[in-house]
Design a protein around this ligand. Structure first.
Ligand SMILES: Nc1ncnc2c1ncn2[C@@H]1O[C@H](COP(=O)(O)OP(=O)(O)O)[C@@H](O)[C@H]1O
Ligand SMILES: [Mg+2]
Length: 258
């Protein structure tokens, strides 16, 4: 993916990025700011057309957004003027699904994300964590094959974030969805990726790939224990050092420019 800038220069946001995902895989993507994570997700979502290469889903080349790919943003993507129920059943309503059927789906999903008692609340009455639960439920209501999340928990306080990480794992196991989750947090990437891509900047590329046991360990269990489990601290430190080096390099280069 190359962005051509108005001044005639260009930014190689992604270069030679190639990956294949299995049905039901949970992939986390980590990397310093500016390494192309959001660009990658936007291309997968069909919001951006790559300047070269292609995305294929179930044998079909992706040419734009589609209901088989659901997106959960960091925050602010709910319809503020609708209540919780109307947000969640927006997709099914647009498809023309009968009310009774829609209500069943919404009830089930709101229960799944722990918001059964909040159906009639306005979005602004909910905390940030609850709003992200609504966003997850709304995404699931469209029955996507793939869920794309761009730092979905990034705006939450530490405690809420931890709870939501557990919820993401439970949803992954319960629904069997393929999930791609972008995060800034090394711990989150370890916890929420049975497979983890570490990206590097300039040009944005895949630096290293890991297969990790922690997501599987975390399903239905205390994530704090998972963080203390075998291999977690070592892997975290290894990846932290890798990202530190990248950040140092970026800083060094921008000082050269200055
Ligand atoms: N629409 C755009 N026009 C020009 N440059 C862009 C655009 N979107 C992203 N970029 C550049 O592409 C690179 C990757 O950005 P982004 O995907 O947002 O990174 P990340 O999400 O990892 O922080 C950055 O250098 C960014 O400035
Ligand atoms: Mg981003």
């Amino acid at each position: 993916m190359r962005f051509d800038l108005p001044n005639g220069s260009s930014i190689q946001a992604l270069k030679d990025v190639s990956l294949e995902l299995k049905d039901g895989e949970l992939l986390s993507v980590l990397g310093p700011s500016g390494c192309g994570k959001t660009t990658l997700l936007n291309i997968l979502a069909g919001f951006l057309a790559p300047t070269d290469g292609k995305i294929v889903l179930n044998g079909n080349t992706v040419a734009g957004p589609g209901p088989e790919r659901g997106m959960v943003f960091q925050s602010g993507a709910l319809f503020e003027w609708m209540d919780v129920r109307a947000n969640v059943d927006f997709g099914p309503r647009m498809k023309g699904m009968p009310k009774k059927e829609r209500d069943q789906i919404t009830d089930h999903l709101l229960e799944t994300v722990g918001l059964a008692d909040f159906k009639d609340k306005a979005v602004y009455e909910l905390s940030g964590g609850m709003q992200q639960r609504v966003a997850l439920a709304r995404c699931l209501a469209n029955e996507p094959d793939v869920i794309l999340m761009d730092e979905p928990l990034g705006a939450l306080d530490a405690l809420t974030r931890e709870k939501m990480q557990g919820l993401v794992l439970d949803l992954w196991k319960e629904t069997g969805k393929t999930i791609i989750l972008i995060t800034h947090s090394v711990e989150e990437a370890l916890l929420l990726g049975e497979r983890l891509l570490v990206m590097a900047p300039r040009p944005g590329r895949i630096q290293k790939e890991y297969r990790l046991p922690f997501a599987e360990r975390g399903v239905g269990s205390d994530l704090r224990l998972v963080k203390k489990s075998e291999g977690f601290a070592e892997t975290r430190d290894e990846i932290l050092s890798m990202i530190w080096e990248m950040e140092e390099e970026i800083m060094g280069r921008s000082e050269d420019v200055a």
